[in-house]
Design a protein around this ligand. Sequence first.
Ligand code: PEP
Ligand code: MG
Length: 315
Amino acid sequence: RLAAALSALSGAGRTRDGHSVALLANIGGIEDAELAGPQDLEGVGLFRTEFVFLSSETAPTVEEQTEIYRRVLAPFGDRRVVVRTLDAGADKPLAFADLGPEENPALGRRGLRLSQARPELLDAQLEALANAARATGADVRVMAPMVATTGEARWFAERVVAAGLPKSGVMIEVPAAALRAEQVLGEVDFGSLGTNDLAQYTMAADRMEGELSSLLDPWQPAVLDVIAAAARGAKAAGKPLGVCGESAGDPLLALVLAGLGITSLSMAPSKVPFVRLALAHHDLADCERLADLALAASSAEAARQAVLSGAAAEL
Ligand code: PEP
Ligand code: MG
Protein backbone atom coordinates (compact mmCIF):
# COMPACT_ATOMS: atom_id res chain seq x y z
CA ARG A 1 0.00 0.00 0.00
CA LEU A 2 2.81 2.36 0.90
CA ALA A 3 4.55 1.62 -2.41
CA ALA A 4 1.30 2.32 -4.28
CA ALA A 5 0.75 5.55 -2.34
CA LEU A 6 4.29 6.74 -3.03
CA SER A 7 4.15 5.86 -6.72
CA ALA A 8 1.02 8.03 -6.99
CA LEU A 9 3.18 11.00 -6.00
CA SER A 10 5.88 10.77 -8.66
CA GLY A 11 6.80 9.43 -12.08
CA ALA A 12 4.92 8.95 -15.32
CA GLY A 13 1.19 9.69 -15.34
CA ARG A 14 -0.97 6.58 -15.16
CA THR A 15 -4.28 5.38 -13.83
CA ARG A 16 -4.40 3.01 -10.85
CA ASP A 17 -4.50 0.05 -13.23
CA GLY A 18 -1.47 1.31 -15.15
CA HIS A 19 -3.01 2.97 -18.23
CA SER A 20 -0.56 5.65 -19.26
CA VAL A 21 -1.55 9.33 -19.63
CA ALA A 22 1.59 11.42 -20.20
CA LEU A 23 1.88 14.51 -18.00
CA LEU A 24 3.52 17.41 -19.84
CA ALA A 25 4.29 21.11 -19.40
CA ASN A 26 3.00 24.17 -21.24
CA ILE A 27 5.92 26.58 -21.72
CA GLY A 28 6.50 29.93 -23.42
CA GLY A 29 10.28 30.25 -23.72
CA ILE A 30 13.77 29.62 -22.34
CA GLU A 31 12.99 30.67 -18.78
CA ASP A 32 9.94 28.39 -18.55
CA ALA A 33 11.96 25.55 -20.06
CA GLU A 34 14.72 25.93 -17.48
CA LEU A 35 12.13 25.90 -14.68
CA ALA A 36 10.16 22.94 -16.04
CA GLY A 37 13.12 20.83 -17.20
CA PRO A 38 14.21 19.60 -13.74
CA GLN A 39 10.62 18.83 -12.69
CA ASP A 40 9.01 15.42 -12.57
CA LEU A 41 7.15 15.48 -15.88
CA GLU A 42 7.37 13.65 -19.17
CA GLY A 43 8.30 16.60 -21.36
CA VAL A 44 6.52 19.50 -23.03
CA GLY A 45 3.09 19.25 -24.62
CA LEU A 46 2.91 22.87 -25.78
CA PHE A 47 5.71 25.33 -26.42
CA ARG A 48 3.98 28.54 -27.52
CA THR A 49 6.74 29.88 -29.80
CA GLU A 50 5.01 33.19 -30.53
CA PHE A 51 5.65 34.23 -26.91
CA VAL A 52 9.39 34.36 -27.63
CA PHE A 53 9.02 36.95 -30.39
CA LEU A 54 6.45 39.35 -28.92
CA SER A 55 8.95 42.21 -28.88
CA SER A 56 10.80 41.37 -32.12
CA GLU A 57 10.41 44.16 -34.70
CA THR A 58 11.88 42.11 -37.53
CA ALA A 59 11.64 38.43 -38.36
CA PRO A 60 14.21 36.44 -36.35
CA THR A 61 16.85 34.75 -38.53
CA VAL A 62 17.24 30.98 -38.71
CA GLU A 63 20.47 31.31 -36.67
CA GLU A 64 18.77 33.37 -33.95
CA GLN A 65 15.88 30.93 -33.75
CA THR A 66 18.17 27.89 -33.70
CA GLU A 67 19.96 29.25 -30.63
CA ILE A 68 16.68 29.96 -28.81
CA TYR A 69 15.20 26.54 -29.58
CA ARG A 70 18.44 24.82 -28.61
CA ARG A 71 18.21 26.45 -25.18
CA VAL A 72 14.53 25.52 -24.83
CA LEU A 73 15.12 21.87 -25.80
CA ALA A 74 18.30 21.25 -23.78
CA PRO A 75 16.67 21.00 -20.29
CA PHE A 76 14.44 18.13 -21.48
CA GLY A 77 17.18 15.71 -22.58
CA ASP A 78 15.54 12.96 -24.59
CA ARG A 79 12.02 13.69 -23.37
CA ARG A 80 9.43 14.83 -25.91
CA VAL A 81 8.99 18.53 -26.68
CA VAL A 82 5.93 19.49 -28.71
CA VAL A 83 6.64 22.80 -30.40
CA ARG A 84 3.78 24.81 -31.77
CA THR A 85 4.62 26.87 -34.84
CA LEU A 86 3.84 30.59 -34.63
CA ASP A 87 0.26 31.19 -33.49
CA ALA A 88 0.22 34.85 -34.51
CA GLY A 89 -2.57 36.96 -35.91
CA ALA A 90 -4.41 40.17 -35.21
CA ASP A 91 -5.40 38.74 -31.80
CA LYS A 92 -1.76 37.84 -30.91
CA PRO A 93 0.13 40.42 -32.98
CA LEU A 94 3.78 39.97 -33.97
CA ALA A 95 5.31 43.05 -35.64
CA PHE A 96 7.02 41.00 -38.34
CA ALA A 97 3.96 38.90 -39.15
CA ASP A 98 1.35 41.62 -39.52
CA LEU A 99 -1.26 41.13 -42.23
CA GLY A 100 -3.11 44.32 -41.28
CA PRO A 101 -6.17 45.02 -39.14
CA GLU A 102 -9.17 42.68 -39.25
CA GLU A 103 -12.81 43.05 -38.25
CA ASN A 104 -12.80 39.76 -36.29
CA PRO A 105 -9.23 38.81 -35.39
CA ALA A 106 -10.17 35.55 -33.65
CA LEU A 107 -11.83 34.46 -36.89
CA GLY A 108 -9.17 35.93 -39.14
CA ARG A 109 -5.82 35.00 -40.62
CA ARG A 110 -4.22 33.64 -37.48
CA GLY A 111 -2.18 30.53 -36.74
CA LEU A 112 -1.71 28.23 -39.72
CA ARG A 113 -3.67 30.67 -41.89
CA LEU A 114 -0.93 33.24 -41.35
CA SER A 115 1.72 30.60 -42.09
CA GLN A 116 0.00 29.92 -45.41
CA ALA A 117 0.05 33.64 -46.22
CA ARG A 118 3.74 33.92 -45.21
CA PRO A 119 5.23 30.43 -45.80
CA GLU A 120 8.79 31.75 -45.59
CA LEU A 121 8.22 32.44 -41.87
CA LEU A 122 7.10 28.85 -41.29
CA ASP A 123 9.95 27.38 -43.30
CA ALA A 124 12.55 29.42 -41.39
CA GLN A 125 11.05 28.24 -38.11
CA LEU A 126 11.01 24.58 -39.19
CA GLU A 127 14.62 24.82 -40.40
CA ALA A 128 15.72 26.27 -37.05
CA LEU A 129 13.82 23.58 -35.15
CA ALA A 130 15.44 20.85 -37.23
CA ASN A 131 18.88 22.38 -36.50
CA ALA A 132 18.14 22.58 -32.77
CA ALA A 133 16.79 19.02 -32.71
CA ARG A 134 19.98 17.75 -34.34
CA ALA A 135 22.16 19.74 -31.92
CA THR A 136 20.40 18.51 -28.77
CA GLY A 137 19.11 15.05 -29.70
CA ALA A 138 15.74 16.10 -28.29
CA ASP A 139 12.51 14.36 -29.31
CA VAL A 140 10.98 17.34 -31.16
CA ARG A 141 7.45 17.15 -32.53
CA VAL A 142 6.02 20.18 -34.32
CA MET A 143 2.36 21.08 -34.39
CA ALA A 144 0.28 23.68 -36.21
CA PRO A 145 -2.28 25.95 -34.54
CA MET A 146 -5.76 26.81 -35.89
CA VAL A 147 -6.12 23.96 -38.35
CA ALA A 148 -9.66 23.67 -39.71
CA THR A 149 -9.44 21.30 -42.68
CA THR A 150 -7.80 18.09 -43.83
CA GLY A 151 -6.09 19.98 -46.65
CA GLU A 152 -4.46 22.37 -44.17
CA ALA A 153 -3.18 19.43 -42.11
CA ARG A 154 -1.71 17.86 -45.26
CA TRP A 155 -0.07 21.16 -46.32
CA PHE A 156 1.57 21.47 -42.91
CA ALA A 157 2.71 17.81 -42.75
CA GLU A 158 4.38 18.12 -46.16
CA ARG A 159 6.37 21.16 -45.07
CA VAL A 160 7.43 19.43 -41.84
CA VAL A 161 8.68 16.42 -43.80
CA ALA A 162 10.50 18.72 -46.26
CA ALA A 163 12.29 20.36 -43.31
CA GLY A 164 13.56 16.94 -42.18
CA LEU A 165 11.59 16.88 -38.93
CA PRO A 166 10.28 13.47 -37.90
CA LYS A 167 6.80 14.13 -36.53
CA SER A 168 3.98 16.52 -37.33
CA GLY A 169 0.77 17.21 -35.48
CA VAL A 170 -2.12 19.62 -35.41
CA MET A 171 -3.99 21.44 -32.71
CA ILE A 172 -7.63 20.50 -32.62
CA GLU A 173 -9.10 23.81 -31.49
CA VAL A 174 -11.57 24.61 -34.26
CA PRO A 175 -14.84 22.62 -34.07
CA ALA A 176 -14.54 21.82 -37.80
CA ALA A 177 -11.32 19.93 -37.13
CA ALA A 178 -12.76 18.23 -34.03
CA LEU A 179 -15.78 16.95 -35.96
CA ARG A 180 -13.54 15.66 -38.76
CA ALA A 181 -10.73 14.50 -36.48
CA GLU A 182 -10.43 11.07 -38.08
CA GLN A 183 -9.67 12.59 -41.50
CA VAL A 184 -7.61 15.53 -40.21
CA LEU A 185 -5.45 13.34 -37.96
CA GLY A 186 -5.07 10.88 -40.81
CA GLU A 187 -2.66 13.43 -42.35
CA VAL A 188 -0.36 13.78 -39.33
CA ASP A 189 1.18 11.80 -36.46
CA PHE A 190 -0.73 13.25 -33.51
CA GLY A 191 -3.26 15.84 -32.35
CA SER A 192 -3.63 18.09 -29.34
CA LEU A 193 -6.91 19.63 -28.24
CA GLY A 194 -6.69 23.34 -27.48
CA THR A 195 -9.67 23.57 -25.21
CA ASN A 196 -9.33 27.34 -24.74
CA ASP A 197 -10.07 28.08 -28.38
CA LEU A 198 -12.27 25.02 -28.81
CA ALA A 199 -14.59 26.39 -26.10
CA GLN A 200 -14.46 29.89 -27.63
CA TYR A 201 -15.44 28.65 -31.09
CA THR A 202 -17.95 26.04 -29.95
CA MET A 203 -19.79 28.47 -27.69
CA ALA A 204 -19.31 31.57 -29.93
CA ALA A 205 -17.97 33.37 -26.86
CA ASP A 206 -14.90 35.61 -27.02
CA ARG A 207 -12.27 34.17 -24.66
CA MET A 208 -11.04 37.71 -23.92
CA GLU A 209 -14.46 38.68 -22.55
CA GLY A 210 -14.45 37.99 -18.80
CA GLU A 211 -18.22 38.41 -18.58
CA LEU A 212 -18.62 35.30 -20.74
CA SER A 213 -16.47 33.02 -18.61
CA SER A 214 -19.34 30.66 -17.75
CA LEU A 215 -19.90 30.00 -21.46
CA LEU A 216 -16.18 29.31 -21.88
CA ASP A 217 -16.21 26.64 -19.17
CA PRO A 218 -14.71 23.43 -20.64
CA TRP A 219 -17.31 21.46 -18.65
CA GLN A 220 -20.06 22.90 -20.90
CA PRO A 221 -21.96 19.90 -22.32
CA ALA A 222 -21.44 21.03 -25.92
CA VAL A 223 -17.69 21.46 -25.39
CA LEU A 224 -17.49 17.98 -23.84
CA ASP A 225 -19.44 16.60 -26.81
CA VAL A 226 -16.99 18.17 -29.27
CA ILE A 227 -14.03 16.81 -27.27
CA ALA A 228 -15.64 13.35 -27.24
CA ALA A 229 -16.19 13.51 -31.01
CA ALA A 230 -12.52 14.39 -31.54
CA ALA A 231 -11.43 11.55 -29.25
CA ARG A 232 -13.57 9.07 -31.24
CA GLY A 233 -12.03 10.37 -34.48
CA ALA A 234 -8.51 10.01 -33.10
CA LYS A 235 -9.24 6.44 -32.02
CA ALA A 236 -10.63 5.60 -35.48
CA ALA A 237 -7.53 7.13 -37.10
CA GLY A 238 -5.25 5.29 -34.67
CA LYS A 239 -3.54 8.55 -33.68
CA PRO A 240 -2.71 9.84 -30.19
CA LEU A 241 -4.73 12.87 -29.06
CA GLY A 242 -3.66 15.01 -26.10
CA VAL A 243 -5.08 18.11 -24.46
CA CYS A 244 -3.01 21.27 -24.02
CA GLY A 245 -5.67 23.86 -23.11
CA GLU A 246 -6.07 25.03 -19.51
CA SER A 247 -8.64 22.29 -18.88
CA ALA A 248 -5.85 19.66 -18.80
CA GLY A 249 -4.76 21.02 -15.40
CA ASP A 250 -8.17 20.44 -13.74
CA PRO A 251 -7.71 17.10 -11.88
CA LEU A 252 -11.40 16.21 -12.06
CA LEU A 253 -11.67 17.00 -15.75
CA ALA A 254 -8.41 15.10 -16.33
CA LEU A 255 -10.24 11.94 -15.20
CA VAL A 256 -12.98 12.60 -17.73
CA LEU A 257 -10.45 13.26 -20.49
CA ALA A 258 -8.58 10.05 -19.68
CA GLY A 259 -11.92 8.24 -19.81
CA LEU A 260 -12.57 9.67 -23.27
CA GLY A 261 -9.27 8.20 -24.48
CA ILE A 262 -7.02 11.27 -24.28
CA THR A 263 -3.40 10.08 -24.20
CA SER A 264 -1.54 13.10 -22.75
CA LEU A 265 -2.30 16.19 -20.69
CA SER A 266 -0.20 19.34 -20.93
CA MET A 267 -0.53 22.05 -18.31
CA ALA A 268 1.22 24.62 -16.13
CA PRO A 269 3.95 22.53 -14.42
CA SER A 270 2.63 23.43 -10.93
CA LYS A 271 -0.57 21.51 -11.70
CA VAL A 272 1.10 18.23 -12.68
CA PRO A 273 1.27 16.68 -9.15
CA PHE A 274 -2.47 17.16 -8.58
CA VAL A 275 -3.41 15.60 -11.91
CA ARG A 276 -0.96 12.71 -11.32
CA LEU A 277 -2.54 12.03 -7.94
CA ALA A 278 -6.11 12.10 -9.31
CA LEU A 279 -5.25 9.65 -12.10
CA ALA A 280 -3.40 7.30 -9.74
CA HIS A 281 -6.55 6.87 -7.63
CA HIS A 282 -8.80 5.68 -10.45
CA ASP A 283 -8.82 2.79 -12.88
CA LEU A 284 -9.37 3.50 -16.58
CA ALA A 285 -12.84 1.92 -16.32
CA ASP A 286 -13.67 4.40 -13.49
CA CYS A 287 -12.55 7.25 -15.75
CA GLU A 288 -14.77 5.92 -18.54
CA ARG A 289 -17.75 5.86 -16.17
CA LEU A 290 -16.96 9.42 -15.05
CA ALA A 291 -16.79 10.52 -18.70
CA ASP A 292 -20.26 9.01 -19.27
CA LEU A 293 -21.57 10.89 -16.22
CA ALA A 294 -20.11 14.16 -17.52
CA LEU A 295 -21.56 13.67 -21.01
CA ALA A 296 -25.00 12.86 -19.57
CA ALA A 297 -25.18 16.07 -17.49
CA SER A 298 -27.29 18.99 -18.67
CA SER A 299 -25.03 21.85 -17.55
CA ALA A 300 -21.39 22.56 -16.71
CA GLU A 301 -22.22 22.72 -12.99
CA ALA A 302 -24.15 19.45 -13.11
CA ALA A 303 -21.31 17.73 -14.98
CA ARG A 304 -18.72 18.90 -12.45
CA GLN A 305 -20.93 17.83 -9.54
CA ALA A 306 -21.72 14.42 -11.04
CA VAL A 307 -18.04 13.69 -11.65
CA LEU A 308 -17.05 14.95 -8.20
CA SER A 309 -19.58 12.63 -6.50
CA GLY A 310 -18.72 9.75 -8.83
CA ALA A 311 -14.99 10.14 -8.25
CA ALA A 312 -15.42 10.29 -4.47
CA ALA A 313 -17.60 7.16 -4.54
CA GLU A 314 -14.87 5.25 -6.39
CA LEU A 315 -12.07 6.14 -3.96
C1 PEP B 1 -5.88 26.62 -26.70
O1 PEP B 1 -6.45 27.30 -27.55
O2 PEP B 1 -6.47 25.90 -25.89
C2 PEP B 1 -4.42 26.59 -26.62
C3 PEP B 1 -3.77 25.70 -25.90
O3 PEP B 1 -3.72 27.56 -27.27
P1 PEP B 1 -3.72 29.10 -26.88
O4 PEP B 1 -4.29 29.21 -25.49
O5 PEP B 1 -2.29 29.53 -26.97
O6 PEP B 1 -4.58 29.70 -27.93
MG1 MG C 1 -5.42 28.20 -29.19
